[in-house]
Design a protein around this ligand. Structure first.
Ligand code: ADP
Length: 452
């Protein structure tokens, strides 16, 4: 019934909904799971459901979930064979991936070299450019001093965006509208980059005024198999952080979809990449511009699963075990429309973090409704971690049906005790521009401001 050569036991180096997501895939594949957790997460759902669990330290992530030695020790004492990093935390840490493999475990993800390559966004742009992918116009490499930055900015014309080479999570990014603002923004961006990523290397891109964020989900095995699962539109962002994602993008026609997904698939084959990955673009006036590649499972992966029927985590595990992908491109049919709402433990108007006790909990259900969450009634959302507490994912035969179902599901969702962003989503999906699919990456922030 289960695959030969498959792992017997996997350690999940994460927490919250994504740890549960990975656990579920393992369980369905007949694989035992090991949860790791901090002291404040002792009662967390991912710990309760796993076959075994190991406490790896106190609440601060640096002392627990980001402590590579503790995570590895947990794998050693539990005899796990492989480690799934989820997203965030250690998922894109090349040093950790290398360490895992050096200790004889399998890292469920790409090679450390590919993680390192894509972690440097300047290098990644070069790599994709060489593979025939159009990139956002920008400085050739890192910018040195203010004069070099000014020369680069003048060449492409203001406004420009200063970005951290090692950036992620929307940090270290600064829009600059004129030469006068550049010096100050450069210092601020470098400072933020240094504090967040330990490197103050920055580069400059043309600031695109009305793009959409379009990303392509790919999966690759070590036998030359590469498939894509279509694109996701993640343009609805606040502070460069995604709030709601949908697939297919309302902005693309079938030819454009075919074109970009085909280009990405060939580029990934050219790289010899393995595992799941996402290639991100800004799309403006009919043209795609590469911005970065994420070498991991994404928060928004479930919408691609909903329209393709492919379990992305299962494929990640298969590929890591050296098996072929269970699908070829011609086996994949993308059908229907899926939307994900990220639900955060935040005040829906001020976005202030709002951890605390969940007094009552009733998730929506019914046909084609999926809730990826580690919440339960009586659970205390800790203050130390990311505010994402649930993902509501809905599938419809088409976008209209998807929206009707989403409206119903959001109405049904009850989380009591702490404020959440559910009211924001209820409001957002009633907005005519959203209903018409008429939005770009700047739309949500303008709308929040205008309706505050
Ligand atoms: P991160 O790795 O921090 O997520 P990205 O390069 O993926 O950074 O960019 C995140 C978001 O920032 C994009 O989805 C987009 O909304 C915005 N952004 C990035 N580059 C540009 C640009 N050149 N012009 C306008 N917006 C941009």
């Amino acid at each position: 019934m289960f695959d030969k050569g498959m792992f017997d036991k996997i350690l999940i180096a994460n927490r919250g909904e994504i740890a549960l997501r990975v656990h579920r895939a393992c369980r369905e594949m007949g694989i035992q799971t090991v949860a790791v957790h901090s002291t404040v997460d002792a009662d967390a759902m991912h710990v309760r459901l796993a076959d075994e669990s190991v406490c790896i330290g106190p609440a601060p992530v640096r002392e627990s979930y980001l402590n590579m030695h503790e995570v590895l020790s947990a794998a050693i004492i539990t005899n796990a064979e492989a480690i799934h990093p989820g997203y965030g935390l250690l998922a894109e840490n090349a040093e950790f991936a290398a360490m895992v493999e050096e200790h004889g475990f399998t890292f469920i993800g790409p090679t450390a070299d590919h993680i390192r390559m894509m972690g440097d966004k300047i290098a990644a742009k070069e790599v994709f450019k060489d593979l025939g992918i159009p990139v956002v116009p920008g400085s050739d490499g890192a910018v040195g001093d203010e004069r070099a930055a000014l020369a680069a900015a003048r060449k492409m014309g203001f406004p420009v965006m200063i970005k951290a080479a090692a950036g992620g999570g929307g940090k270290g990014m600064k829009r600059v509208d004129s030469a006068e603002q550049l010096a100050e923004a450069l210092i601020a961006a470098r400072g933020e980059a240094m504090a967040s990523f330990g490197s103050d290397e920055v580069y400059i891109e043309k600031f695109l005024t009305h793009p959409r964020h379009i990303e392509v989900q790919i999966l690759a095995d070590t036998h030359g198999g590469v498939i894509h699962l279509g694109e996701r539109d993640c343009s609805l962002q606040r502070r460069h952080q995604k709030i709601l994602e949908e697939t297919p993008s309302p902005a693309l026609n079938p030819e454009e979809r075919e074109q970009i997904c085909g280009l990405v698939t060939s580029a990934i084959a050219g790289l010899g990449y393995r595992g799941a990955g996402t290639v991100e673009f800004l799309y403006e006036d009919g043209a795609f511009h590469f911005i970065e590649m994420n070498t991991r499972l994404q928060v928004e992966h479930p919408i691609s699963e909903m329209v393709s029927g492919v379990d992305i985590v299962r494929e990640q595990i298969r590929v890591a075990a050296g098996l072929e992908l269970a699908y070829r491109q011609e086996d994949i049919t993308l059908s229907g429309h899926a939307i994900e709402c990220r639900i955060n433990a935040e005040h829906p108007e001020t976005f202030a973090a709002a951890p605390g006790l969940v007094r009552d909990y009733h998730p929506p259900g019914g046909l084609r409704v999926r809730v990826d969450s580690a919440l339960y009634a009586g659970y205390r959302v800790p203050a130390q971690y990311d505010s994402l507490i649930s993902k509501l994912i809905v599938l419809g035969a088409n976008r209209n049906e998807c929206l009707m179902r989403l409206r119903r599901a959001l109405e049904e969702y009850v989380i009591e005790g702490i404020p959440t962003t559910i009211p924001l989503h209820r409001r957002l999906i009633a907005e005519p521009d959203f209903v018409n699919g008429d939005y770009d990456i700047h739309w949500l922030e303008n709308w929040i401001e205008a309706t505050a």
